[in-house]
Every structure is written in structure tokens, then in C-alpha cells.
Design a binder for this molecule. Structure first.
Ligand code: GLU
Length: 417
């Protein structure tokens, strides 16, 4: 079966449309939500190590700011394009509204391959990007954060560049910073931790004991590596992991600490002696209890959804499952923890980081993790309420909660008339 919905922007629009119709809201809600309020495309020139000038294309999209300043990560990836960033910004609006954060959705990125750039080049590129978008971002306007192939060091260069432009330290500009310059404890682990938390809650409802579950993890970056580590620490057997270069499988489970150490020393999984190589495609179709897609969009499609054997798909990535695949999984009785809930731990702790920056009072890791669980539990209950009231999937229920909040904010602000 051909998948007709691989454009994430079209998917995001469709999800808002369905939510507005199901809730019986005024059509103006969809008219505003169906596209971002602002889309910036910028040229980012920077000097390569050999002295030549190269220009990459960068984006910053601000989908909707009815609930507060826009918020969302910055992605460095060759596949970055306007429609992808728009969709990712729309999904951030859903996440922030679902979690009850005082933010709208934003997102940004640069179409580039970080593997081809030296550290110095990445620093110069990051600083130039901030110069290019400096007028449209800010702690009360639009607050970036890490996403695919960006990290605390990149956030540090960016906040430094912005602070130089402003002539004052502006730590609240960006989240996911190193601790020493206003980062939050628990932020690095937050997305993976939240993913395991939400998945464990839903697993328990299905009568699956997370601590005894067999798990496969696609993607070993900011989200997948932490989810694998936490799942392993809880007693789950992590049978397979993968990154963009390929994966590893062991029927008896992989020792994640040993693998992390191997990866650190060898800069990759290749040659790891305690597991066999596996293709990404095979990983998705393994007979496991829980599958965590934690890489990129469109990984579970109409083509491979019929072969998925996991009982639960916990979405760590943004948009890993196409709508056609979603319907197939639903028919097969596979429970999906939707991305807008599954990976929302990251932006939730980003919010805590921003609050700490604004108040100058820093929290302990326990405080952060406890509040993260509170926010996620509340979102899960809100999602459940809509799931039961309208008899829809968890994903649709999450959109109902979010769309209802966005609509209310726009209504009271007078945007809908
Ligand atoms: N990039 C992450 C996401 O997709 C985090 C965003 C943030 O912390 O603002 O949710």
C-alpha cells in the first residue's frame, strides 16, 4: 500500500483539522492553526576551515504564540526543509498545550551534515545562525533548544552570541544549555526519561510489566540513548539499538553501559563484540514488547506497519509513524504512545530551565524529575479523558486537549472574530 502522507506539514494540518471538527470548534480555529504565524528562511554564511565561504539555508518557524512565547528545538540535518520545520513547529504547539506549558510552538534548523563539519565550523555556523535570526528570537519571544544533532555545547555558543549582540547575559534565550551557564539539572535526560515514564504508565494499563519487557530502540541520540539506559536500569532487556550507521541485536539483551563505553571509545557501534549487526528495518520488526522509534519522521509506514510485532510503540522521535501506519497499528491492537506526549519531557524540563533562568533560583535534580512526573501525569490524565469521551486514539485525544487549549487562548485574546 502506498503511503500518501509522507509530508509532515500536510499531516500536521490534517491532525488540527480533525481535532477542530471533533471538538465542534469555530472554523476560524483551523484557519489560524493550519499554518505558522511566521516562517523565516535565512541564508547562513560561514567560513570553512580552508578559508572558503559556504552558505547554508536556515529556518525558524513560529507556529502560534497565543499561549506564550514560541518554543522548540533547532535541528542540524541534511533533510531539513521548510515543510519539515513547519510541521515540527506545529507539533511543538501541540506538545506545549498538552503539557500545559505557557508556550506556543516553534522550531528551527539548518540543512547541513554535521559529520562533514569540524568543531570550529559548527561553532561558526551556530553563531552565524543566531545573528541571522537574532531579531526574531528572545526569552519572551521565541526560545530555541537542542534537537537532532544539536547539543548543550551548541546552545552555549548560541547563547553567547546572542548575549554579545544584546550586550547582556541572556541565559533565558535558549534551553538545553550546559549547567554552568544556566542549564537545568535533568535536562539532558528529560526526553528519554519522560518517554520511559509515559510508556511505563501505558504499559501498566495493558498489563505489561515494564521491568520485564523486551525493548528495541531506533536512534541513539539525545532521546534513544537515554531511554535505552533508563529502560535497562529498570530491568528491561534491551534487545536491539541502532543509530544512523546501523544497529545491534542480542537475543539475550545488550548491556547498555558496556555499549555506551564501547561507543565512546570507538566512536560508533561497528565491531561491538557482544551483539550482532542488524539493519534499521529489521530492528523495527523484531518480536519485542516495546519499540521506541527515537530517530526521525516517517519510520513506521504503511509498508512496514503490518510487520511490527511490538505491543507498544513509544514515540521518542517527532512524527515517526505515518497516519496510514497509525491506522494499521490500531487495527492490530498495538498501543501507540504518541510523540506529542512521548517526547514532551524535553520541552517540559526546558520550561523548568527557563523558569530557573528568569528567577535565578536553581532546582535540585529530584525537584526537576518530580515536577516532570507531575506535568506528564497530568497530561496523561487529560489525554485519557478525551480518549474516553470521544472514543479516539491516544494521539487524537492528545490533539483534542491541545487544540481546545489553543482555541480558548485565541478566543479570549480576541483572535477568532
Ligand atoms: N527538540 C525537543 C522537542 O522536539 C525539545 C524542544 C525544547 O526543549 O524546546 O521537543
Amino acid at each position: 500500500m502506498a503511503d500518501t502522507s509522507l509530508n509532515p506539514f500536510v499531516r500536521a494540518q490534517q491532525s488540527f483539522k480533525e481535532a477542530v471538527e471533533t471538538l465542534g470548534l469555530e472554523s476560524a480555529v483551523y484557519e489560524i492553526l493550519k499554518q505558522p504565524l511566521r516562517t523565516f528562511e535565512v541564508a547562513v554564511p560561514f567560513i570553512r576551515d580552508d578559508g572558503t565561504l559556504q552558505v547554508f539555508t536556515g529556518y525558524r518557524v513560529q507556529h502560534n504564540d497565543a499561549l506564550g512565547p514560541t518554543k522548540g528545538g533547532l535541528r542540524f540535518h541534511p533533510g531539513v526543509n521548510a515543510d519539515e520545520v513547519k510541521a515540527l513547529a506545529m507539533w511543538m504547539s501541540v506538545k506545549c498545550a498538552l503539557l500545559g506549558l505557557p508556550y506556543g510552538g516553534g522550531k528551527g534548523g539548518i540543512a547541513c551534515d554535521v559529520d562533514q563539519l569540524s568543531e570550529g565550523e559548527i561553532e561558526r555556523l551556530s553563531r552565524e545562525y543566531i545573528r541571522a535570526v537574532s531579531l526574531v528570537i528572545g526569552p519572551d519571544k521565541d526560545i530555541p533548544a537542542p534537537d537532532v544533532s544539536t547539543n548543550p555545547q551548541i546552545m552555549a555558543w548560541m547563547v553567547d552570541e546572542f548575549s554579545r549582540i544584546r550586550g547582556e547575559n541572556t541565559f533565558g534565550l535558549i534551553t538545553g544549555k550546559p549547567l554552568v551557564i544556566g542549564g537545568s539539572r535533568g535536562r539532558v535526560e528529560a526526553t528519554g526519561r519522560g518517554l520511559v515514564f509515559a510508556t511505563r504508565q501505558l504499559a501498566t494499563e495493558m498489563g505489561i510489566d515494564f521491568a520485564k519487557a523486551r525493548v528495541a530502540v531506533q536512534g541513539f541520540g539525545n532521546v534513544g540513548s537515554i531511554a535505552a539506559t533508563i529502560a535497562y536500569a529498570m530491568g528491561a532487556s534491551v534487545l536491539a539499538v541502532s543509530d544512523k550507521d546501523g544497529g545491534l541485536y542480542s537475543a539475550s539483551g545488550i548491556d547498555i553501559h558496556d555499549l555506551l563505553e564501547y561507543k565512546r571509545v570507538n566512536r560508533g557501534f561497528a565491531g561491538y563484540p557482544q551483539a550482532e549487526p542488524i539493519e534499521n528495518r529489521e530492528l523495527l520488526e523484531l518480536p519485542v514488547d516495546i519499540l521506541f522509534p527515537a530517530a526521525l519522521e516517517n519510520q513506521i509506514t504503511a509498508d512496514n506497519a503490518p510487520n511490527i510485532q511490538a505491543k507498544i510503540v513509544g514515540e521518542g522521535a517527532n512524527g515517526p509513524t505515518t497516519p496510514e501506519a497509525d491506522a494499521i497499528l490500531f487495527d492490530k491492537g498495538v498501543m501507540v504512545v504518541p510523540d506529542v506526549l512521548g517526547n514532551s519531557g524535553g520541552v517540559t524540563v526546558s520550561y523548568f530551565e527557563w523558569v530557573q533562568n528568569q528567577t535565578r533560583l536553581y532546582w535540585s535534580e529530584d525537584e526537576v524529575n518530580q515536577r516532570l512526573e507531575e506535568y506528564m501525569s497530568r497530561a496523561i490524565s487529560d489525554m485519557h479523558r478525551m480518549h474516553e469521551r470521544f472514543g479516539v486514539t491516544h494521539r487524537k485525544a492528545a490533539y483534542l486537549v491541545a487544540t481546545d487549549r489553543l482555541a480558548e487562548a485565541m478566543r479570549v485574546r480576541g483572535w477568532l472574530k
